[in-house]
Write a protein that binds this ligand. Structure first.
Ligand code: ZN
Length: 573
């Protein structure tokens, strides 16, 4: 009893002392005028600028119209850095990840030119994107060692329970301590190459962020906390089949715990209709208001370095303020038609590319072009992509492409529209250039999961498209009978196993068709981000030798009530 009483008394005394302190502080605060602008705050106000890009996807070089490219990006960033520094501020340059995959000249060199370009631009940090795992981990490790800046990911763990990358880094920006946390989409586990990522665990980014934020606060190592993420921005958190993105992250955390999220993955310009949760109708050069959710700004600069996002921040009275925001086009052009003549003109001032970086990268561009002609595989017979054939029957090349796409992501079924197969590959040697003639469109592979009953309904439409049209589907992984008149399918096997209406199955289809192209049912799939030509290239390269007969139709699809055994031909009644 006595003991407890003494403890209680001591506690009361401490409380009284604390209350005393507090009221002293309050008196002190009242006496100091509170600045409401950076100018009023004077010396106390720290200004800094965050520049950001995301989803580079191999675009180190400008396109054939001279748009974007890292040399112009560098010139723009150098110019902004100089301007910010002449006004007494400092600049941080961040990337929202996915440096890898998308352009043959880059893919063939494991994105080496892209990382060299990022070093020359002097990026400060990047988020790790899902496409950083498209190559064996040894390639990623070498990219990490080449990079003069950290790759950050708080939610990727190795088998031994330690993180594969640093969770965050604290930057001293004009005397202000800015922590930047990296986060990666959990979908990486689903769409990454299982061969490369099977030893890694991708944990929930929101849980991981909360943990890291608590750690940063506890250690008192930062004044403001940012995140650079590769999770996608979905307006009003409507992420559909994709893993939750930046909006969910911001809403899940305590209000304002993150000052800003610099994102990537969904490859959209995040410009909102002010005061709403909806995207604004944005065109290059327009004003852009970033998203604001639960006290967190969310920014994303479309893709490929088409824009550099510029956020000018001011910090005073212990608070961060966004003074201005822009998406600056990097030599983007628009078509202008006068009379019969259409020309492309810059949407904003032309940026003269940095000459030194352009020269440095031109070496890699030429080397990459040279590698397009290198032999990646051989085939013992013609792989048939002739328009007249592929739109009228199952062909070895059509089915090989469907097979390449489904194996890339470990799906049960591969569906490929024959309109997306543009050429044959002759018997003999195969180069990347051959692959690009077969699949020149740069469609992405999508991944959907459905019950057997839903797959049946999907294929009722897709398998009964008429012969002769680009919609005619090349399909692998399904044994079925197609009734062309009733437009129904009876599936007996999927991926070598007996069909069940309630079992769950996954399938791939090009993004063009998933969006309803060729009259396909509209899907809400996972966007794997794999470009079709790159998938086909990797498939050939991994196989080395192709036995064309392995991909020939094997009678797994039987067409009934049709004028042809090769597909549906039903005369209009
Ligand atoms: Zn991505």
């Amino acid at each position: 009893m006595t003991n407890m009483l003494i403890k209680g008394l001591v506690a009361t005394a401490v409380l009284t002392a604390l209350t005393g302190c507090n009221s002293d502080d309050e008196t002190h605060l009242v006496e100091t005028p509170v600045a409401t602008t950076c100018v009023e705050a004077g010396e106390e106000c720290k200004t800094f600028t965050v520049l950001h890009t995301n989803d580079n996807h191999g675009r180190f070089w400008e396109n054939s119209d001279g748009e974007y490219g890292m040399a112009a990006r560098k010139a723009l960033i150098d110019q902004i850095r100089a301007e910010v520094s002449s006004n007494g501020g400092e600049t941080l340059v961040l990337s929202g990840g996915d440096i890898n995959t998308g352009v043959p000249e880059s893919d063939l060199q494991d994105a080496l030119p892209d990382f060299i370009g990022m070093n020359e631009i002097a990026y400060d940090a990047m988020a790790v994107g899902n496409h950083e795992f498209d190559n064996p981990l040894a390639v990623l490790d070498s990219q990490r060692s080449i990079a003069n800046f950290p790759m950050l990911a708080a939610n990727i763990y190795k088998a031994d329970g330690t993180r594969y990358f640093d969770a965050y880094k604290v930057f001293d920006v004009d005397g202000l301590r800015v922590a930047v946390i990296g986060l990666t989409t959990e979908d990486t586990a689903k769409i990454g190459n299982p061969e490369f990522i099977s030893d890694l665990t991708f944990t929930d980014p929101a849980t991981e962020a909360a943990k890291v934020i608590a750690e940063i606060k506890e250690a008192n190592v930062a004044d403001v906390i940012f995140a650079t993420t590769h999770m996608g921005h979905y307006a009003d958190a409507q992420n559909g089949s994709n893993a939750p993105g930046d909006v969910t992250l911001a809403r899940t955390l305590a209000e304002g715990d993150l000052s800003a999220i610099i994102g990537g993955h969904s490859q959209n310009p995040v410009c909102m209709e002010p005061g709403t949760n909806a995207y604004a109708d944005f065109a290059p050069g327009d004003d852009c208001a970033p998203d604001m959710q639960n006290g967190t700004y969310i920014m994303q600069a479309h893709e490929w370095g088409k824009y550099v996002g510029r956020a000018d921040f001011e910090y005073f009275n212990g608070e961060l303020h966004l003074a201005s925001y822009k998406l600056i086009p990097v030599n983007l052009k628009k078509s202008v038609t006068e009379g019969d003549v259409t020309t492309k003109v810059f949407v904003s001032d032309e940026i003269t590319p940095d000459a030194d970086l352009k020269e440095l990268l031109s070496y890699y561009q030429e080397r990459g072009q040279g590698q397009l002609d290198e032999v990646i595989a051989t085939t013992d017979a013609l792989l048939d992509g002739e328009r007249a054939n592929v739109r009228n029957m199952q062909t070895n090349l059509g089915r090989l492409i469907a097979e390449a796409q489904r194996t890339k992501v470990g799906a049960d079924i591969g569906v490929m529209n024959s309109g997306g197969v543009r050429a044959s590959i002759a018997a003999g040697e195969i180069s990347y250039r051959d692959v690009l003639t077969v699949q020149p469109f740069g469609n992405m592979v999508t991944l959907s999961t459905m019950t057997g009953a839903e797959v049946t309904e999907y294929l009722n439409t897709v398998a009964s498209f008429q012969r002769g049209a680009g919609a005619y589907a090349q399909i692998t992984g399904v044994k079925m009978i197609v009734d062309c008149t009733a437009k129904t399918v009876a599936i007996s096997e999927i991926n070598g196993k007996d069909y069940s209406a309630t079992e769950s199955y996954s399938f791939t289809v090009p993004s063009f068709n998933a969006a309803g192209g060729d009259g396909y049912p509209v899907l809400d799939p996972i966007q794997t981000g794999y470009v079709d030509a790159e998938v086909l290239y990797t498939f050939f390269k991994d196989k080395g030798t192709i036995a064309a007969a392995d991909y020939a139709p094997m009678g797994d699809i039987e067409y009934q009530n049709s004028n042809s055994p090769l597909g549906c031909t039903v005369p209009a009644i």
